[in-house]
Write a protein that binds this ligand. Structure first.
Ligand code: PSV
Ligand code: MN
Length: 388
């Protein structure tokens, strides 16, 4: 079995981007509960995100969502983030909350609506130029609810044309990551519903277009690690949106519902060359905290990713490949499971202390009094909210 000491350097390179919207209030269509101290501004979301990085060393960047995180001066926002020890990351577009998009955005039959949606993405790229962000992440709510409602083929053709205009505006070092999702808010068909559709569009666009895999966006029982393997094999896995789900797009804490699935996914990431700063695969969270506190919810999340990454790196690949080659079914499975069952928590505590971080980030954050402080300071104003 590989020892923890041999994987420490690799673990030290891990970076997981946080979504600004995780710090706002969120909930279900039944109720969005408020939490004292919830940010009212993009700056306050960034300040909360910086806490996660401060206690874990794992989350150096924060993703923005436009227009939720619109400000007048992005250079100043960027400087503010840096003053707190973090940077601005992916810019997420939003074409799902404007009346004009009732029947679609980049796929819409009306060229004027498509133009509006394209212009929004061009504005997002302008923002990326100012923040130095690398990725434009596109998730589309486009789809239909009833058979016959839309022309499935026409919508794909228009989607390609719209994406091409956006793609052509990308600058040096910038990428477009196209996220797929099985269903919701459309229920009969979704225009970018699966990895194959996203891949097809990205392949047609060119090398700056990559697939974003949100772990919550598949049918129950889908073998997500197989998709990870295939996209890495094709050189088209651009990023992850990590979260976990029990039923649909629950956006719960990554690793909470099925830690073994997270381990299997991360094993394929490592196996396929998708791990590390030079791999081109960005790790992000896409989560909401409906009933739990948000900052500790994000701390728990990045720690879960770190823990399963450590276990995935511990897989003795030499022994595994040998057992696979020898047709030793149970031997191969045992090598795999040995790594999964390894308790790395004490090693990770030591690893953190060696790097000047608290051994137990959850405890250290709880003892810091930050949540009580923001509850006292952030009085009045409008709390940020997913969907607000
Ligand atoms: C909607 O399902 C969604 O959660 C997508 O996964 C996006 O990544 C996110 O919203 C932000 O737009
Ligand atoms: Mn997502």
């Amino acid at each position: 079995m590989t020892s923890f000491a041999t994987i420490a350097d690799q673990l030290a390179t891990q970076a997981i981007e946080l979504p600004s919207w995780a710090f706002g209030n969120s909930g279900t269509r039944f109720k969005v509960f408020g939490t004292p101290g919830t940010p009212r501004t993009p700056q306050e979301k960034i300040a909360d995100a910086a806490q996660v990085h401060k206690y874990t060393g794992l989350a150096p960047t924060v993703a923005l969502h436009i227009p939720w995180d619109k400000v007048d001066d992005y250079a100043a926002l960027s400087e503010y983030a840096q003053s707190l020890g973090v940077r601005l990351g992916t810019v997420n577009s939003n074409t799902f909350q404007d009346e004009a998009y009732k029947f679609g955005s980049l796929t819409h039959v009306d060229a004027a609506v498509r133009r509006k949606a394209i212009d929004h993405h061009l504005e997002c790229i302008d923002i990326m130029d100012q923040t130095g962000s690398q990725d434009l992440k596109i998730w589309l709510a486009d789809g239909t609810n009833y058979p016959g409602q839309g022309d499935l083929r026409g919508r794909q053709d228009r989607l390609h044309e719209s994406l091409q205009v956006i793609y052509d505006r990308l600058g040096e070092g910038q990428r477009l990551v196209l996220e797929y999702k099985l269903f919701e808010p459309a229920f009969y068909h979704t225009d970018v519903c699966d990895w194959g559709t996203s891949y097809t569009h990205c392949a047609a666009l060119g090398e700056k277009a990559m697939v974003c895999l949100d772990t919550g966006h598949h049918a129950p029982g889908t073998n997500i690690e197989f998709i990870v393997m295939q996209l890495l094999r094709l050189g088209k896995l651009g990023s992850f949106d990590f979260n976990s789900r029990f039923y649909a797009d629950d956006d719960l804490i990554v690793g909470a519902a099925d830690p073994f699935q997270l381990f299997r996914i991360l094993y394929e990431v490592v196996r396929g060359g998708g791990y590390g700063p030079d791999s081109g695969v960005a790790f992000m969270l896409d989560q909401c905290h409906n009933v739990e506190d948000k900052v500790p919810g994000q701390i728990r999340s990045v720690l879960n990713v770190q823990e399963m990454t450590a276990r995935a790196l511990l897989v003795d690949s030499e022994a595994l490949f040998a057992a696979q080659a020898a047709g030793d079914v149970l031997g191969a499975n045992q090598v795999f499971m040995d790594a999964f069952y390894t308790d790395v928590r004490a090693d990770l505590a030591g690893f953190r202390e060696e790097r000047g971080l608290p051994a137990d980030p959850m405890k250290a954050f709880a003892e810091s009094g930050y949540l009580a402080q923001i509850a006292e300071d952030r009085v009045g104003g409008t709390q940020a909210s997913w969907g607000a």
